[in-house]
Design a protein around this ligand. Structure first.
Ligand SMILES: Nc1ncnc2c1ncn2[C@@H]1O[C@H](COP(=O)(O)OP(=O)(O)O)[C@@H](O)[C@H]1O
Ligand SMILES: [Mg+2]
Length: 404
């Protein structure tokens, strides 16, 4: 059967998820904007209405100033229209001294002097909100004999309505954040269970055939006819490799124990082993000053990380190039491991994606190598791993920080 593409085309899956997230964010913003915009429309309409009411009030005052028989109209405005609209109003004379007020919730028990002071203080506030309406009082001959003003501000209802979208959006935002955090943690917990469960199960399942294989090797060793054949040695090597894989899986499936180890020595050992398995056209150099740098690590898991990083580096160089591994101590007592390749680099916009599960630019990549490395370094070693620098067609440096 011809081998097709991998069953899971990881880059597509990854891109689709990013698109869905983007759609959700855009939709949320759209809804928020629409809600704010709609409330604005209501507020503006209400403002126009309040202005009309005050104008009507002012007109009535103007009209009734001379026409004593218009008392009924004044009554309608003063007692019904204005109180029911709850628009705070101050009516003043030409020199802005209050004559009367409405809807300011003044305590009736207050002495007149204090009431007056409150009104005087209120006038500049009102003026800031709305231009006062000027009343021109005329006598029977149409001659102007007095000027008065009507100051007013937004009703409580209008204020609340203006403020409302902020409250609404804040509540929704807080709710959204809580929901996201809950979702994120439950997702992380679920992923944890999958990692741990799958790793434990794999280690467990490998156990039986490995011990069986070991028994077979012992059996062959006793057989005179094949005892000295090369195949026995090769078999033993493969078994050791299988045991190493089992150890890695069983460590990732439990709380791994960390030991003080000499990092350059461990990496060197690992690289010597890897060199046999990768292209001869890749040169790997390790620089470490001092030679002995110790940190607490779990060797099987740490080896796994270095192996993944080196394999990625080799892939990015298409099998020809140079890998430099620099190990040093930082000022704040951490171990810095820089792995630099001369490969094709990572596009700036993709730097944040490389550690995401399922992100791969390779036809047969699973996009789990760096996810695993990140998990091992950050969850199990409380260290950090990130892309330190990268340049297209020049190379990439990944940095690992370990606590001593
Ligand atoms: N050293 C590197 N140079 C350039 N790109 C890299 C390097 N290491 C990782 N990447 C990018 O990150 C992706 C994810 O890597 P990884 O998680 O190991 O998955 P995979 O190797 O299966 O693709 C790779 O497909 C590649 O695009
Ligand atoms: Mg990889």
């Amino acid at each position: 059967m011809k081998k097709g593409r991998p069953i899971l085309r990881s880059p597509d899956l990854y891109n689709r998820r990013t698109t869905i997230n983007l759609i959700i964010v855009v939709a949320a913003f759209g809804i928020a904007l629409a809600s704010v915009y709609y409330t604005r429309l209501l507020v503006n309409e209400l403002k126009i209405r309040e202005r009309r009411v005050i104008e009507l009030y002012a007109k009535t005052l103007e009209y009734t100033a001379n026409e004593t028989n218009a008392a009924d109209l004044a009554f309608v405005v003063q007692e019904i229209l204005v109180p029911n609209n709850s628009i705070p109003v101050i009516w003043t004379d030409g020199s802005h001294r209050p004559i009367n007020s409405r809807n300011l919730n003044l305590d009736p028990g207050l002495p007149d002097k204090e009431k007056l002071q409150i009104l005087l203080d209120e006038i500049p506030n009102m003026e800031e909100e709305h231009e006062p309406i000027m009343l021109t009082l005329r006598d029977e001959n149409g001659e102007v004999y007095d000027i008065q003003y009507v100051y007013y501000k937004n009703s409580e209802l209008l204020n609340r309505l203006e403020f409302y979208p902020h409250v609404q959006l804040s509540v929704i935002a807080i709710f959204g954040i809580i929901a996201y955090i809950t979702f994120y943690y439950s997702k992380a917990a679920e992923q944890n269970r999958v990692w741990v469960g799958l790793a434990k199960e794999t280690a467990h399942q490998l156990g039986t055939p490995i011990s069986s294989l070991m028994a077979w090797v012992e059996y062959f060793k006793e057989d005179e006819s094949i005892k000295n054949k090369e195949v026995i040695g090769e078999l033993e090597k493969d078994i050791r490799r299988l045991e190493m894989i089992t150890e890695r899986f069983s460590n990732i499936g439990s709380v791994p124990i960390l030991y003080h180890e000499n990092i350059p020595a461990i990496i060197e050992n690992n690289i010597n082993y890897l060199k046999k398995r990768i292209s001869k056209k890749v040169e790997i150099n390790i620089h470490a000053v001092p030679r002995d740098i110790r940190a607490k690590i779990n060797k099987p898991l740490f080896d796994w990380v270095i192996e993944n990083m080196c394999k990625n580096a080799v892939d990015s160089m298409g099998g020809i190039g140079k890998i430099d591994i620099n190990i040093k101590k930082s000022m704040d007592d951490r171990v810095i491991i820089d792995i630099t390749d001369t490969g094709k680099g990572i596009t700036k916009s993709k730097i944040n994606n490389v550690f995401a599960p399922g992100y791969s630019t390779k036809t047969r990549g699973w996009g789990l190598g760096l996810t695993l490395a990140k998990r091992i370094i950050e969850n199990y070693h409380k260290g950090r791993i990130f892309v330190k620098s990268t340049e297209i067609d020049k190379g990439t440096t990944f940095r690992i920080l370990l606590r001593i």
